[in-house]
Design a protein around this ligand. Structure first.
Ligand SMILES: NC(=O)C1=CN([C@@H]2O[C@H](COP(=O)(O)OP(=O)(O)OC[C@H]3O[C@@H](n4cnc5c(N)ncnc54)[C@H](O)[C@@H]3O)[C@@H](O)[C@H]2O)C=CC1
Ligand SMILES: O=C(O)[C@@H]1CCC=N1
Length: 266
């Protein structure tokens, strides 16, 4: 039985807990959580999450401890758990910008740390989580953490020094994609298309396009070419996107995302 605890049960902590609870990992896991707003943990009772009275209690009861709090809270919370961290504890940080050395500095010099960058689709078992293995954790411990995220989506292992750059790609990108989707649905509303049908048609286009990228074997440039009939509608639309510098806007969004991660970095 793996004991898995959460310090913070907000958007992401709850999403991972619900992901674990809905996966085949649940029978082998005992789940704990602490959040100062107790109602957030109470709302997870249906997932079998046991409520703790403090962050330190989560660490005392759990081998794998997820730090699912805002980066700005680490300086306040880590000293509160330091005494409870043992050679067995594996601290899993999902916070943007936070590094392993900083966590050790505020807990124990020997603390085992895994850095992870998940995303909210994990709630539906469709997550994408980047993980970095720190030398402090064994292969077996890292495999357990990877398995937890893997129970609710795909995972990829990257170098610890790339954990800030990856945020734009999977951590924040869902918001960018939702905004893109909003543009289409706003257009559908403007021209009077039925809301539900437009939503279903666009969302399936999003899913289908994603599958074409992963499964068709064609490059993205070739996939764009396949849709773009000479003198047709797509090229007319693409002209506008190029003129509006959509690719530059995306690069700028990713750059700003990374820059912010460095600002939050500790
Ligand atoms: N929301 C997202 O899509 C993603 C978020 N993250 C990371 O996850 C972390 C949490 O983000 P969200 O869940 O979005 O924020 P959130 O604000 O929804 O959740 C944070 C939770 O921590 C709780 N909290 C505050 N002080 C606490 C304390 N002393 N002890 C325990 N809990 C405390 C808050 O009440 C709140 O429920 C952040 O570090 C963020 O960088 C990472 C990937 C994606
Ligand atoms: O916005 C944030 O800072 C967090 C990290 C990635 C997604 N949400």
């Amino acid at each position: 039985m793996n004991t898995i605890g959460f310090i913070g049960a907000g958007n992401m902590g709850s999403a991972i807990l619900r992901g674990i609870a809905g996966s085949d990992m649940k029978p082998e896991a005992e789940l704990f959580a602490y959040n100062p707003t107790e109602a957030k943990v109470d709302a997870l009772a249906d997932c079998g999450v046991q409520k703790c009275k403090s962050a330190a209690e989560v660490v005392e009861k759990s081998r794998y401890v997820f730090l699912a709090i805002k980066p700005q809270k680490f300086e306040e919370v880590l000293p509160q758990i330091a005494d409870a961290v043992t050679e067995q504890t594996v601290l899993v940080s999902i916070a943007a910008g936070i590094g392993a050395e900083f966590i050790r500095k505020l807990t124990k010099p020997f603390a085992k740390v895994v850095l992870a960058m998940p995303n909210t689709p994990l709630l539906l078992g469709e997550g994408a989580t980047a993980l970095a293995k720190d030398d402090s954790v064994s292969d077996a411990e890292f495999a357990v953490v990877r398995n937890i995220f893997g129970s609710c989506g795909m995972t990829a292992v990257i170098a610890p020094e790339q954990m800030k750059e990856v945020i734009a790609i999977n951590g924040s990108s869902p918001a960018f994609i939702y905004l893109f989707a909003k543009g289409f649905l706003d257009y559908a509303a403007k021209v009077g298309l039925p809301e539900q049908s437009a939503k279903e048609l666009f969302v399936q286009s999003l899913i289908g396009s994603a599958k074409m990228i992963t499964d068709s074997g064609y490059s993205i440039d070739e996939l764009i070419r396949q849709v773009s009939s000479p003198g047709g509608t797509t090229l007319a639309g693409l002209d506008q996107l190029y003129e509006g510098k959509m690719l530059d806007a995306v690069q700028n969004a990713c750059d700003s995302c990374t820059k912010r991660a460095y600002e939050l970095s500790k």
